[in-house]
Design a protein around this ligand. Structure first.
Ligand code: PMP
Length: 358
């Protein structure tokens, strides 16, 4: 058509979801495991399914626009004022709200790279300029270089801990050091999509930072540890003015009634869900150790995925995995990200990785 689209969109990559398992079959017709999107491999809890069914009975009505019941449940669970909680359509939806609230044409947004692939897209859509700061050689945030990248145009800094797709968490001490040099009118977003999988005591705790610094915004999600990826519920902790701005930039009714009910029930049943997380954390250690014993160099992961640096071999490795029934996430020329999942999927990864090294 001759429609005049915004120039800012012309060079934007599209978000590439991890391949779905539908229609795939492994060469030996064995089971197919989708480990490409860091999802929770456990099926929904029966109690959560029950409230979903109940909530679906009123889906002819719009949901509570401000997700009041969910916001109150989150506020109680994390001991924060309800006014400091904002929700959105997945944490990527909340991230979009944050960027809409802070950055536009002429502004700069700093983030580490390689990191979550939605960052360049949501920043690009806003019209702001992406300032990508390369990770260190051990695949961690280079906070000194991120600090040096700050200019008077910087409106936002994104910190991803643990970092998707490489796995390491940012440390509390280095973050406090970094924040000393961040102007207090720049918002620092700590994206903690994988927070519940973190076991390293040195890791940053976004919630503790938010309590101490008015310019911190923490992103959390029900997609990973809570197993609700398909329902799209994310939330943020931020101080009054920022949280208000997040409510203003939200898509109206962006979290469905079904999703709100499932998220509240997941908080009620958190103990059971966290036992599942604990099993995944144990599997993570097992996979990490097995791969290291095979000679792989893996960045230390605090998330529910493993990063294999494969360079030019990346696509070939992903293909081999696919043939064996393991759908991984290749980042061409760099490496593969593989979710830690059910033991059978993890065993398959260990086997393929061993064969690869010969
Ligand atoms: N942040 C990071 C670092 C992620 O890896 C993801 C999901 N891949 C998200 C945010 C978004 O998750 P959701 O929108 O499902 O909450």
């Amino acid at each position: 058509s001759r429609v005049r689209l915004r120039e800012a969109l012309a060079n934007l990559p599209s978000y590439k979801p991890g391949r779905s398992a539908a229609g795939s079959s492994s060469a030996d017709a064995g089971p197919v495991f989708k480990v490409s999107s860091n999802e929770n491999p456990y099926p929904p809890l029966p109690g959560v399914l029950e409230v979903v069914e109940e909530a679906s009975r009123s889906m002819n009505r719009y949901p509570d626009m401000f997700a009041t019941g969910l916001v109150d449940a989150i506020a109680r669970r994390f001991d924060v004022p309800a006014a400091h909680v904002a929700t959105g359509t997945g944490s990527v939806g909340v991230l979009q709200q944050v960027i809409q609230a802070c950055a536009a044409e002429g502004d700069e947004v700093i983030y580490p790279w390689r990191s979550f692939e939605a960052y360049p897209i949501v920043v690009g859509i806003s019209g702001a300029r992406s300032v990508r700061v390369p990770l260190t050689v051990d695949a961690r945030h280079d906070l000194e270089a991120m600090r040096d990248a700050i200019t008077e145009r910087t409106r936002l800094v994104l910190v991803c801990s643990p970092n998707n797709p490489t796995g390491p968490a940012v440390h509390h001490d280095e973050m406090v050091e970094f924040l000393k040099d961040v102007p207090d009118d720049v918002l620092v977003v700590v994206d903690e999509a994988y927070r519940e999988f973190v076991r390293d005591a040195r890791a940053v705790d976004g919630l503790a930072l938010y309590r101490r610094y008015p310019n911190i915004c923490v992103l959390r999600t029900f997609s990973k540890a809570y197993g609700l990826a398909g329902l799209r519920v994310g939330f943020a902790f931020a101080h009054d003015d920022v949280a208000d701005a997040l409510r203003k930039t939200a898509v109206p009714f962006g979290v469905s009634g079904v999703a709100q009910a499932a998220a509240v029930e997941s908080l009620n049943r958190e103990a059971e869900l966290m036992q599942r997380v604990e099993s995944l954390v144990k599997e993570r250690s097992r996979v990490q150790e097995a791969l290291r014993a095979q000679g792989w160099r893996i960045p230390h992961t605090e998330a529910n995925f493993i990063w294999l640096e494969l360079g030019e071999e990346t696509d070939h490795f992903a293909e081999k995995c696919g043939e064996a029934g393991l759908i991984v996430r290749p980042f061409g020329g760099e490496g593969c990200r593989i979710s830690v999942a059910e033991p059978e999927a993890n065993d398959l990864l260990i086997r393929i990785a061993a064969e690869w090294r010969g």
